[in-house]
Design a protein around this ligand. Sequence first.
Ligand code: GTB
Length: 216
Amino acid sequence: MTPTITAIAQSPDRGRGLARDMRARWALEEVGQSYDVRLLSFSEMKEPAHRALHPFGQIPTYEEGELALFESGAIVLHIAERHAGLLPAEPNARARAIGWMFAALNTMEPPIVDRQMAVLLESDKPWHEQRLPLVEERIRARLHQLSARLGDDDWLDDDFTAGDLLMVDVLRKLSASGLLNEYANLSAYVARGEARPAFKRAFDAQLAVFIATSQN
Ligand code: GTB
């Protein structure tokens, strides 16, 4: 059965692939699973039909037969568990890969999203100029630790896994900040993820949505 995911009809990222449907698209492309996309406006996300799928009125969601999922991490984990290619078969390596998925979403992403929100929503506040460096220091601390752990390796734990997929997707949110450029190995890590054919297909698909909807 072909799964259906939801995405923003007119994403504020203007086709840069920074919204969270990108993770689901990339995971589906990595495992070779075709998928349909239902586009939603911000107001449609808050309507009862979508809230029945997603209690918080957000994207992405994932529907496959009787199954409806929300939360991008749960969606990527589901895809990785049902198909070969994103999680190692060996139990300990598999557990470590899932650990990296949580690290991407629970440890790395919160300060990065905090910065996004600060820049998008708080730049007119009198305390913004003082707060932003504090937020960026928290991000740098995590980048420093991640950089030390990655070292000269290509991926976080041997082969590419769903942990790398989420980590690269999270780090991409820093592309406009300049923070990632301070860590050569992390910049190269993100570039390696973006060079994967599955990433490119996912990126092109979400970009096509932006191009089509901005012409309307
Ligand atoms: N924890 C959830 C998950 O991982 O699935 C978070 C989902 C989420 O935040 N979804 C956002 C959403 O639906 C879209 S991606 N927001 C609508 C709302 O909450 O009302 C967020 C996003 C959009 C655009 C950019 N950008 O332009 O850089 C970055 C992030």
